[in-house]
Design a protein around this ligand. Structure first.
Ligand code: PHE
Length: 443
């Protein structure tokens, strides 16, 4: 598997550019539609506490490890891990820790793009006013009519993949950095506006109870596992993205500090998303329904009733689309970096080729909503299976391998060299979490 000598990659042009890109990766559909609902259902404040413990106790240590591997290996995830393993005198097989990321990213992006396409469709329909008439009786039917429309869903999936390819094809400086320096401030601005609006016109009291009042009786083992999975997905771990971005981080940037900022921003956005959504849901007496239902069925009903709902609704779906796009580019990047290095294919061709392959796989997920809705095997539809495979197998496995490799197989001196720890206590604590706690939790 020894490919041609890989070309050295570019670096982020500033620390801020890296922060925007990494936070853009972390903040995605997971924050805006999944977290608020899971928190509300999983015991409010109790879930939030467990989630925070996982984010900072397990997610951050693994993120530091991934960033270190990326920066030390200076290549796409599989080659970065292989190169570090070689420096450390370890087996080539450790590159599986990078492979699982690239393969996982490929699979996840294939269905992530389909959902993101749906948000684009809703965004256009919101701004054009065509869904301003939805009410509780027909919103679900409308959702069904969109997802049941195979060519329409396919078209939006294609448009979203096209946007993602267009950004990644332009490279780190001309593509990713440029996109995130525009999109991330826009995302924060829209989010703050929506939270302010929701708090002003909506039912803030019920929202605080739902999201924050701890109810430990609702916490089951399943909730705990869900919180861990959500923490991993939300932080973009074990799918190659963070490791690939780590490869472009200049030497003088502190990785531990960066990881804390990324995790903090990601968590803040998740909570803010809840504060934007639930006041409106409760104000209009709607049920905080699950996952896609909350965002695509329940919220449009609220938008249709509220004054200025066309703009608020449009802004909300724009927010989702931006969040999804900055995550999608981070899923395509590890794949493109690998194609570039390993096959010597230039970036434009790699982005187009990789993107088209992902688009084609995504057709399976598009079909899962309509023609193949009844075609189920193993865990359900094609989409259900991809979701299960990535969430329950590839991600925990990838995270475990990274933790074990960095925690047990790298020399202390190399890790110290990479992290330049300022606090001995912090370093020891990180290593302890990585060696004992992370493998246990992920295993
Ligand atoms: N973190 C993103 C979200 O919350 C999803 C993602 C996972 C993006 C892994 C990149 C890598 O939606």
């Amino acid at each position: 598997m020894a490919g041609p000598a890989p070309a050295a990659h570019e670096n982020w042009s500033s620390r801020l550019a890296f922060m925007f890109a990494a936070i853009g990766s972390a903040v995605g559909l997971g924050n805006i539609w999944k977290f608020p609902y899971e928190a509300g259902e999983g015991g409010g404040g109790a879930f939030v506490l467990i989630y925070l413990a996982f984010v900072f106790g397990i997610g951050v240590p693994v993120m530091i490890a991934e960033l270190s591997l990326g920066r030390r290996g200076k290549m796409s995830p599989p080659n970065a891990v292989r190169s570090v393993a070689k420096q450390e005198g370890r087996s080539n097989l450790w590159s599986i820790a990078g492979w699982s990321g690239v393969i996982g990213a490929f699979l996840v992006l294939s269905f992530y793009s389909v959902i993101a396409g749906l948000t684009l469709s809703y965004m256009v329909d919101s701004f054009s006013g065509s869904i301003d008439t939805l009410d509780a009786s027909n919103s679900a039917d409308y959702f069904g009519s969109i997802t049941g429309n195979f060519p329409l869903l396919l078209l939006w999936h294609a448009i979203f993949m096209g946007l993602t390819i267009a950004v990644v094809a332009r490279g780190i400086h001309g593509g990713l950095e440029k996109a995130v320096t525009w999109l991330m401030p826009a995302l924060f601005a829209i989010l703050i506006l929506l939270v302010t609006y929701a708090m002003a016109v909506g039912d803030a009291a019920s929202t605080f109870t739902f999201l924050f009042q701890p109810d430990f009786s609702k916490v089951t083992l399943e909730t705990v596992i869900q919180a861990l999975g959500q923490a991993f997905f939300s932080l973009s771990l074990a799918l190659g993205s963070i490791m690939a971005y780590g490869a472009y981080v200049p030497r003088d940037v502190s990785l531990p500090k960066s990881a804390f900022i990324i995790a903090g921003a990601d968590t803040a956005v998740a909570i803010l998303a809840g504060l934007a959504i639930f006041p409106i849901v409760f104000q209009y007496g709607l049920e905080p329904g699950a996952g896609p239902g909350l965002v695509f069925i329940t919220l449009p009903v609220a938008f249709a009733q509220m004054p200025g709902g066309i703009l608020v609704g449009g802004a909300f779906f724009l927010l989702l689309a931006i969040a999804a796009l900055t995550s999608a580019i981070s899923l395509l990047e590890p794949i493109v970096a690998w194609l570039e290095e390993h096959r010597g294919i230039n970036r434009v061709k790699s982005a187009i080729g990789g993107g088209i392959a992902i688009f084609i796989l995504g057709i399976g997920s598009v079909l899962s909503f309509n023609y193949w809705a009844d075609v189920t095997f193993l865990r359900g539809t094609v989409l259900d299976n991809l979701d299960f495979l990535t969430n329950n197998i590839i991600m925990p496995l990838g995270g475990l391998l990274v933790a074990v490799f960095v925690g047990w197989r790298m020399k202390r001196i190399s890790i110290r060299d990479e992290l330049a720890p300022k606090s001995e206590f912090g370093f020891a604590l990180w290593l302890f979490m990585l060696r004992y706690v992370c493998p246990l939790a992920l295993g």
